[in-house]
Ligand binder design. Structure first.
Ligand SMILES: Cc1cc2nc3c(=O)[nH]c(=O)nc-3n(C[C@H](O)[C@H](O)[C@H](O)COP(=O)(O)O)c2cc1C
Length: 200
């Protein structure tokens, strides 16, 4: 199972190597899995690749909402990313290298009415997709507490806490939560326990 491979990479041989090498290994494994998924989908659904109805991060965000009550805001880019997994990772890596700030479909202008803000996102090359930074940099987090939540396929919470320290100006960064993407649908109890401890 891919999950076990990622776990082995995290705990075993890859443990001592540089983070960048580790992320490369995660991607090579994800690419292998994506190819396998494409083969399976091609067999199962008449040669067409199906989109998942809901992303892993959205599943986790909704568990948080269900546990403690929360407004949800989705960061959505004007541009679209490649559907092909490998191509998408190439685009994302390029954006990260260039420190891009992609345009968003809509922006939140203020978080003044909230005390606690959870920034949930998929791990892209060890941090949030840079589009999340487009939104975070536009907000004033003075006096707020922000919580990093990351879904991933092996990197764990990775650079999420550091990113919030850097981009949420004025905020205190609280305890983070990492959920392995493939386990998102079964993570409700873990997510709810974290949410009740930190946000209730
Ligand atoms: C462009 C891209 C980069 C990714 N980089 C990483 C990574 O560095 N480490 C990791 O563990 N998973 C990585 N992943 C896997 C995603 O973080 C993981 O599948 C996540 O749960 C997807 O969430 P979503 O369904 O909300 O998009 C990457 C996926 C994509 C598409």
């Amino acid at each position: 199972m891919p999950i076990n491979v990622f776990e082995e990479m995290r705990k075993g041989a890859a443990y001592d190597i540089r983070q960048e090498d580790y992320v490369e290994q995660v991607h090579s494994e994800l690419n292998r899995c994506a190819s396998l998924c494409q083969e399976i989908n091609a067999t199962d659904v008449n040669d067409s690749i199906v989109d998942l109805p809901k992303g892993n991060t959205e599943i986790v965000a909704e568990f948080i909402q269900k546990a403690v009550g929360a407004d949800l805001f989705e960061v959505e880019t004007e541009k679209s990313y490649a559907i092909d997994y490998t191509q998408c990772t190439i685009e994302a890596k390029e954006e990260l290298r260039n420190n891009d700030r992609p345009e968003l479909v809509k922006m939140l202008d203020s978080v003044a009415e909230y005390d606690n803000i959870v920034v949930a996102g998929p791990c892209w090359w060890g941090t949030y997709p840079v589009a999340v930074f487009t939104q975070l940099e536009a907000l004033d987090f003075s006096g707020k507490k922000v919580f990093p939540v990351m879904t991933h396929e092996g990197s764990g919470i990775a650079g999420a806490p550091a990113a919030l320290k850097k981009y949420c100006h004025g905020a205190v960064v609280g305890e983070g939560l990492a959920i392995q993407g493939g386990a998102a649908t079964g993570s409700e109890a873990k997510v709810a326990a974290w949410a009740k401890k930190n946000l209730a």
